[in-house]
Design a protein around this ligand. Structure first.
Ligand code: HAM
Length: 428
């Protein structure tokens, strides 16, 4: 056979994707665990939605002209030629699940949280990955500003719990379906006068979605003078925004109103916010972001259910904090007890002892590969073991084990069947 087949032999991660190695994984776990405690305290329940969804879900939810939908989705076709993609964010899937499972009929208020991977084919750089993990929440059924304030407090609490104390909450209101069209018109008129000075992307955006132009990093100078959404808000939106700011002030939650703030996703109405690290470690990318989306449930389903939520990028949070040395045990692979078997005869008994220790919730390990006692002790020390259970020929005959206390540098013989009782005494 002379057929040439091109085979990709490279065994490496896909560009923009990262292995989360054990030490880092422990940091993810710690951040998630603390967040889960906070979600529980705020009355949120976990929801897990699929990583694969139909592309049409995101086209409809996020908007056709958003960067994510236009350029950043990882798409695949299923066997029926339907277009699927790896979810680029969590909100659309949660809204789909909310509608599909009839949550609106079960309860007037539904509060969910999620943790998991999201995928966007962005240009990889520090803090911007193609697979990244989000922690987020979605609060359905409450139009009141109290739900927005709760969401902002929730994300602040999670950032604090992750060890980030210095951050700035940037806040704006982009209006509702009633007042936004008027603002869009005013903005378009302003932008039309400057269109030859705008970048190519913005010239396109101006026609399809003028609000997105405000998000441009290139045309900042021109956009500084642009009309602000706050000046076009209707009575209800003005009241909503004023009340939200009042609630935040009343709870001493510091924020900064940023009149030019818009978001890169089309589903938002009224409140939008972004949170940035400040101080020495200040990074230019948002740590977390979110806002209200009162029309999305109706647009994807039929019920009219207001909603508000946020998502935080775990990598961006972890990039900011030094590993917590006090919690190094979390990320290490230390064990309490190391079982050393001397000679092949004792392997079986040692394995039984190891299993028994683990069953009784001791963190225990042993390699049982017939190495010398010296090298097994070296391993026990490198694993930070407090005790070593040694099983050799003599011990086998005597039905005992040698229990070496590696901290006290002492050892004693213990009958095998009394090992657990003895350990309980010495480990308290
Ligand atoms: P987003 O602003 O697209 O909003 O993303 C939220 C957070 O995810 C960002 O602030 C950032 O921390 C993180 N993030 C986004 N892209 C990347 C990336 N390429 N690499 C690393 N981290 C990234 C949403 O996703 C909305 N679903 C938030 C929301 C929930 N709004 C309402 N409910």
């Amino acid at each position: 056979m002379n057929q040439e087949v091109e085979i990709d032999t490279s065994i490496q991660t896909v560009r923009g994707m990262h292995d989360v190695l054990p030490e880092k994984a422990a940091e993810y776990l710690r951040t998630e665990t603390r967040a889960r405690e906070i979600f529980a305290a705020f009355g949120y329940r976990e929801i897990r939605t699929p990583i694969l969804e139909f592309v049409s879900l995101f086209e409809r939810a996020l908007g056709q002209s958003t960067d994510i939908v236009e350029k950043e989705m990882f798409t695949v076709k299923d066997r029926g030629d339907r277009l699927l993609c790896l979810r680029p964010e969590g909100t659309a899937g949660v809204v789909r699940a909310f509608i599909e499972n009839g949550f609106a009929k079960k309860s007037a208020i539904n509060k969910f949280f999620y943790c998991g991977p999201m995928f966007r084919a962005e240009r990889p750089q520090k803090g911007r990955y193609r697979e990244f993990f989000q922690i987020g929440s979605e609060y359905f059924g409450n139009e009141a500003p109290a739900a927005d304030a709760e969401t902002i407090q929730l994300v602040s609490a999670i950032l604090h719990s992750a060890g980030i104390d210095s951050f700035e909450i940037q806040l704006n209101s982009i209006g509702c379906t009633e007042c936004r069209p008027k603002y869009q018109q005013i903005l378009t008129e302003y932008l039309s006068g400057k269109s030859d000075k705008l970048c190519q992307d913005c010239q396109k955006r101006m026609k399809r979605n003028p609000l997105r132009v405000l998000d441009c990093k290139i045309d900042r100078n021109i956009l500084e003078q642009a009309p602000k959404s706050q000046d076009s808000l209707c009575e209800n939106c003005t009241q909503h925004f004023t009340q939200l700011k009042g609630l935040l002030q009343a709870t001493k939650t510091e924020f900064k109103t940023v009149p030019g703030l818009v978001r890169g996703l089309d589903y938002y109405t009224r409140t939008v916010f972004e949170i940035y690290a400040t101080g020495k470690t200040g990074a230019q990318d948002a740590l977390a972001a979110g806002g209200r989306y009162d029309t999305l449930v109706r647009e994807l389903g039929e019920e009219n259910v207001p909603a508000v939520g946020f998502a935080l990028g775990i990598e961006r949070v972890l990039n900011l904090i030094a590993p917590d040395l006090n919690e190094s045990t979390l990320s290490s692979n230390n064990v309490t007890i190391f079982v050393a078997a001397l000679g092949t005869e004792s392997t079986e008994k040692s394995f039984q002892i190891l299993s028994e220790l683990r069953k009784n919730a001791y963190s225990a390990d042993g390699v049982l590969n017939n190495q010398s006692l010296k090298s097994q002790m070296r391993l026990a020390n490198s694993r930070g073991a407090r005790f070593c259970v040694i099983v050799g020929e003599d011990e086998l005959k005597e039905k005992s084990v040698t229990l070496r206390d590696l901290k006290q540098q002492s050892q004693t013989k213990v009958p095998m069947e009394e090992l657990l009782i003895h350990l309980k005494k010495v480990t308290g």
